[in-house]
Design a protein around this ligand. Sequence first.
Ligand SMILES: *Cc1c(COP(=O)(O)O)cnc(C)c1O
Length: 465
Amino acid sequence: MQYLSTRGGIAHIPFTRAVLMGLAEDGGLLLPRTIPRIGSETMQAWQELSYSELAFEVMSRFIDDIPNSDLRALIDKSYSTFNHKDVTPLVHCGDLHILELFHGPTLAFKDVALQFLGNLFEYLLDRDDSVLNILGATSGDTGSAAIYGVRGKERVNIFILHPHQRVSPVQEKQMTTVLDDNVYNIAIRGSFDDGQAIVKKIFGDIDFKNTYNLGAINSINWARVLAQVVYYVWSCLHISSHEKDSTLDFSVPTGNFGDIFAGYIAKRMLPEGTIRRLILATNSNDILSRFVKDGDYSLSSVVQTSSPSMDIQSASNFERYLYYLLDSEPERTRDLMLEFSREGKIDLSSYDDQVRRDFASLAVSEEDVTATIKQFYKDHNYILDPHTAIGVKAAQHHRKKGVPMVCLATAHPAKFGDAVLNAIGREPEIPESIAGLMEKEARCELMDADSNAIQDYLKAHARHA
Ligand SMILES: *Cc1c(COP(=O)(O)O)cnc(C)c1O
């Protein structure tokens, strides 16, 4: 499989180059040249596969420059760190199916992609005899999942900036208690935006970037999207055997549009009608739900909510869907994205019919998040985290009789204990992986939000080839 850029400015490249490139060199995002199609007989044949076996079948259709036996080993290793035999188990609550994506090491769905990406980086660096210095800023979840993805790896150092005392105590400890030599946590005196601005500035210094083999782990990496396609296919296989009916809907708590875009790829891969619609659920940062509702893709300012991993306005993966919406025409994609970065808005209302064949949406208020956690606990004795509750609320709003609905559970409730306590009057049970976390030894550098100082710190601690 070859990969192209949504902006058309690069030659086609194979999978492993796409992974190492991250963002396309012309500023676009990388996509496979075609989306492979899976027939009903193949779906039948996949019915009994384990999660890892299925992951191999799905991913290998997009990868032809890693030998099959190596790819299998990478996948097996990535999902052996999950603490459930099904990796992403389905739990049935009334007429909703909850797809639990939080059984990885940091208890959020990002582990599904970042465990794989970490092992893939290690493999490619070994192959090429090179090294990587990963630099990223986090508001909480991504940082810990990325750190767990590469901790202890030979050829990688990771530097994660987080805003000092502005991430939750559990999130902070999940990052800072990882004591491997290759992990560098930096708390900056400033906000998440300050951290992101510093990262952008350092990546903008091309000489520095090349000299120090700087790499990113954000959700625009195609390998992350690809790893997430697997659990959509997994759900289709398991629900259709469970309910006979062969069409289903998914509800997806959405921030950067990565997870739901993986669902869109799955929808196009699988036999027509297997996935009917994707429900795009947002918190009050609702740019994407406004886009689905009436084609209004316009920025407003970010507000803080109880679902911080979805407090996002410009969704970094949106351009991938836009490319398909514009009939795969790179010039139009580039022009519209440039218009968006100039004006902060684009009008996509003329595509409403197509968009509504793919998606429905709902923006969920803070009151409704609390009410949903409370009601769901009462009805099903099941505790939702605030992100998952947003998806569940949107699912309840859009469900159609006779069409099974899968709700993606993106975080374990124990990561957001305060929101849960506030809704149901008790804390969720603490899973073993974070029990005792607060007492563990931690290591972290506290620094000013000064890009020169941080660049010097990188120079002093970077891994060299
Ligand atoms: C990252 C994240 C999301 C949003 O996923 P996107 O791929 O950015 O749309 C939702 N919930 C949780 C818990 C997350 O960590």
